[in-house]
Design a protein around this ligand. Sequence first.
Ligand SMILES: [Fe+2]
Length: 316
Amino acid sequence: MRYKLKQIYCRPWTLSYLSVKLIESHYENNYGGALRRLNAITEELESLDFEKTPAHVLNGLKREQLLALNSTLLHELYFASMGGDGQPTKSMTDILGRDFGSLDRWRAEFRAMGYALGGGSGWVLLTYVPGDGRLINQYAADHTQAVASGVPILALDMYEHAYHLDFGANARAYVDTFLRNVDWPALERRYEDAAKVPGLRPLEQPEFGDIQGIGVEEVKEMMAAGTPVQVIDVRPRASVSRQEDIAEGAQWRDPEQLQQWIGELSKSEPVVVYCAYGFHVGCKTAIKLREAGFDAKYMNSGHSGWKAIGHPLLRT
Ligand SMILES: [Fe+2]
């Protein structure tokens, strides 16, 4: 396949304090150069006999392909990032406030990251992370450094070729100029597109109907806050004896002997049960407790989840 050139988004003659000569050179030589490299590498890869290609040759080509592909994508976003008046929209002000504390706090970090790359090279990206449903400012030392699953929506090119013609070594002036030229309405539209990208699907356990799960972090917060909750470890006896530890604040009860200990529980406080990984034993026990009239939930990820978040453990 052949990758195709994208039209430049920003109109170079409208940008304040960034010369047409600089933008043209950047687009034609650096973006265009990356695209030409990408197509040459892709063509070479398509002609290879993979059975006979030495590993180091394939490794080198695939690395160069990634560099060239990401370079084209990031340059396209860079040119799409400018062309505006630098005035944040109300919606983006609110979104950045949500994720960074305030618009000023976001801008201070983004700008400082650009300053910090002066004299070096790389990218500063505002990236949406679907799994977390939030934006982060991301550093990239070269074209290949990308947040897995992230969707960058604003790109600041900190390679010298992006500013040296106009600003010499004064990277700070370039960063400030970039921010004065951000096209915020376009950025808002890219955010809206990115926010539609779903994160990794949560685990579904249709065999247990609509039984509700609760996250380990949420349970930990309830316990730390002193919220009344009965946390019951229902790992099978064999599992407990093998692992020899239990989450602090939890009581172990044998899931095979439910009828012997169900009477100890209070119906006026919620019950959280968990097994080793949050699958069958925890779910089944929670279902039985709900049938008996308790406000019971199973805890996602189970005992393994407790350990993964570093919750204190006691020896059994
Ligand atoms: Fe560039």
